[in-house]
Design a protein around this ligand. Structure first.
Ligand SMILES: NC(=O)c1ccc[n+]([C@@H]2O[C@H](COP(=O)([O-])OP(=O)(O)OC[C@H]3O[C@@H](n4cnc5c(N)ncnc54)[C@H](O)[C@@H]3O)[C@@H](O)[C@H]2O)c1
Length: 403
């Protein structure tokens, strides 16, 4: 960290990958110190991609001072104190472990890794780095939608009493078209899994975050509905179908599972990229003995709240617009009713990470939380491979925040 007169000390950020998540994270890093009062001021020190002219153009467009073409050079820079990993899952483990060993803080996109073994190595590296004052966080950004954080607070306060049901569905439709090409997200060696790791990882994290307890076991089915897709870079989609070179899809298009929490509550999760008409519909509904909460990311400023103790005839779900100054993160933004969006979750993520770095506290979600999600994903795959046989999730969570 570097002190400049009259300002909070600087925290140099180095980011790897600059496509979808790279742009979203850039937005968060650019805005965070203008919106929130922070003990450290993030500066966009350097980004990394593999193609020199493209990475230089991305640096200029998104506001990064320097550009590197090898992530090892980015990690080695003295002006980089935090490495932000926005690449596909097959490179998360090597970059994160090298950065932690080089004394850097780390933010890593989800899912933490492509396998439990990789995630265990990452969590171990984060534990060792913790004793040197470094922190490591995984990018489950949807925890930072104010309505979602608010839902967690209400559940933690006991407003729903004992939980009975946690239902989470994460639905998209961009794979309905069988001619969508075979990109990295459809290849097991690059992405680890399909809708499961991409969307299901968020759903699993939210189920465990909202309930405040881990999944104990799952009974799962997965399916790959379109098994061959056009290879990227081959004849354009307008070519006659017979001339388009296709390759095998090696991940799931959809995953569904039932699970159990330690408290006895039942969980259902559905993750699909084949839900025609649903663009980015992350929905949950949590039911307890005293009431329920419901949320839909496509209406992300709203939380539906039901108090089951209210008089029967007129009771039901109340639509709360979560933009009041006392709601999470809202003090720093706009007057009530002036809505927030998707991008704000990345500003909130940057704020919470910078705060943890300055205080030296364990960030949430930690790499241990990311490892726990990875164990659930692996149990889902094991269960699905055996036609939905109930499969325990190995415990081993070291997160002190988890009951
Ligand atoms: N939190 C979320 O809501 C969310 C949303 C989308 C993706 N993700 C996650 O973010 C990660 C990246 O996904 P994306 O959608 O941004 O993918 P993307 O394909 O849009 O971008 C990947 C980037 O990584 C770069 N890259 C790949 N290998 C590299 C290497 N070895 N060195 C340097 N750069 C490399 C690519 O050039 C590209 O810039 C994945 O883990 C994904 O699961 C999270």
């Amino acid at each position: 960290m570097h002190h400049t007169d009259g300002h909070a000390p600087e925290l140099g950020v180095g980011m790897v990958g600059y496509a979808f998540m790279g742009q979203a994270h850039s937005q968060g890093w650019r805005t965070v110190s203008h919106v929130f009062d922070l003990p450290l001021r993030p500066v966009l020190a350097a980004i990394c991609g593999r193609e020199p002219s493209a990475v230089r153009a991305a640096a200029d467009r998104h506001g990064w001072a320097a550009a590197e073409t090898d992530w090892r050079d980015l990690v080695a820079r003295d002006d980089v104190h935090l490495v932000d990993i926005c690449t596909p899952g097959d490179s998360h483990a090597q970059i994160a472990i090298a950065a932690l060993e080089a004394g850097k803080h780390v933010l890593c996109e989800k899912p933490l890794a492509n396998s439990v073994a990789e995630a265990e190595a990452m969590a171990a590296a984060a534990r060792a780095a913790r004793s040197r004052g470094q922190v490591a966080m995984v990018g489950f950004n949807y925890r930072r939608v104010p309505a979602v954080t608010r839902a967690r607070h209400l559940i933690a306060e006991g407003r729903l009493g004992t939980l009975r049901h946690v239902r989470v569905a994460y639905l998209q439709d961009w794979l309905v078209d069988p001619d969508v090409p075979l990109t990295w997200r459809l290849r097991r060696e690059r992405a680890g899994s399909g809708a499961l790791g991409d969307l299901g990882a968020h759903a699993v994290d939210l189920a465990q975050y909202l309930a405040g307890e881990p999944l104990l076991g799952v009974s799962a089915l997965t399916e790959t509905f379109v098994r061959q897709r056009p290879l990227p870079g081959h004849p354009a989609p307008s070519s006659p179908p017979a001339q388009v070179a296709r390759g095998p899809v090696t991940v799931d298009d959809a995953a569904v599972f039932a699970g159990r929490l330690a408290s006895g509550a039942l969980v259902s999760v559905e993750a699909s990229r084949m839900a025609a008409g649903r663009k980015n519909a992350l929905r949950f509904e949590v039911s307890g003995e005293l009431g329920s909460l419901a949320f839909d990311l496509e209406r992300l400023n709203e939380l539906l709240v039901h108090d089951h103790r209210a008089p029967g005839a007129d009771s039901g779900f109340t639509r709360v617009v979560v933009t009041e100054p006392e709601h999470p993160y809202l003090q720093a933004w706009w007057p009530p009713g002036h809505a927030l969006g998707y991008e704000h979750t990345f500003t909130h993520q940057a704020r919470d990470l910078v705060t943890a770095i300055a205080r030296g506290t364990e960030p949430s979600p930690s790499f241990a939380d990311g490892l726990q999600v990875q164990r659930v994903l692996a149990a889902v795959q094991d269960s699905a491979a055996r036609n939905a046989v109930y499969t325990p999730v190995p415990s081993g969570s070291t997160d002190p925040d988890r009951p």
